[in-house]
Design a protein around this ligand. Structure first.
Ligand SMILES: [Zn+2]
Length: 254
């Protein structure tokens, strides 16, 4: 008896990989602390053995985020929809997609916005880690909307804004000494500048061991506080070991 082979993918609803516009990326963008943070994450991702683990993950909030990848991401699918990316720093990168015999290849360039339908298997070839702004994912293409969001995000980075600038997903953020987790209601916490937390009269959540601002919260916060930790006391917690953290923090703050 012949086994039935169920189709594993659906037809692409639009071209799976296309350039959709350009955004000017001023040189100040790469000096932004959030860009440095994303680059540190991308460099760390590049050291991962598994090729599919080399992407700095996104939260897919439909708001601009920063992300990136270590070089040569293995072929994978994300199965979320249409996403947009605009590289902010790279050396030489090509993005490939292959779906039901349909092959697409896109040379990536700083400032060139690309739309990808991420149900299509895709992979990259890169000479160096890549940092990119990202927005997604959407059920339908929405090029104008995405371009507008990404242009605003790049402008915020170029101005050096802290608030309103895109950043890597929360699990990847590497807090610097002027940042903290602050809370107003002891139920939700957000990363912000210590000065801003004080201005807003929010409570700065302390390290469980030394009372300095925590750079990592207990996974069970707000119910548990015992694993709240500052940079020195966070030990080997994900995503960075303390040694990597010290090195990347210096790199970001430099
Ligand atoms: Zn501490």
């Amino acid at each position: 008896m012949k086994a039935k082979i169920a189709p594993t993918t659906r037809p692409a609803p639009a071209p799976m990989l296309v350039p959709v516009g350009r955004i000017e990326v001023p040189p100040t963008v790469v000096a932004h602390r959030f860009h440095r943070e994303a680059l540190a994450n991308a460099m760390l991702a590049a050291t991962r053995e598994e090729e599919s683990d080399r992407v700095v993950g996104t939260e897919n909030t439909k708001r601009p985020e920063l992300y990136g990848w270590g070089q040569n991401v293995g072929r994978h699918v994300d199965n979320t929809g249409f996403m947009y990316l605009v590289p902010l720093s790279l050396e030489h990168s090509v993005l490939y997609a292959l779906h039901k015999g349909d092959f697409a290849e896109q040379m990536l360039r700083v400032g060139e916005v690309v739309r990808l339908w991420d149900f299509a298997p895709h992979w990259t070839e890169d000479r160096a880690p890549v940092v990119s702004a990202f927005v997604g994912s959407f059920d339908e293409p929405c090029d104008e909307h995405a371009l507008q969001l990404l242009a605003g995000a790049v402008a915020a980075l170029a101005r050096g804004d802290y608030f309103g600038a895109p950043r890597v997903a929360s699990g990847m953020q590497i807090l610097l000494d002027d940042e903290c987790f602050a809370t107003a209601d002891f139920e939700s916490a957000a990363v912000t500048l210590i000065a801003d937390a004080k201005r807003q009269r929010r409570f700065v959540i302390p390290c469980a061991q030394c009372n300095r601002p925590a750079h990592v919260l207990d996974h069970h916060w707000p119910y548990e506080w015992s694993l709240n930790a500052c940079r020195d006391h966070r030990g080997n917690s994900a995503p960075l070991t303390s040694g990597q953290l010290a090195a990347t923090t210096e790199r970001i703050a430099a």
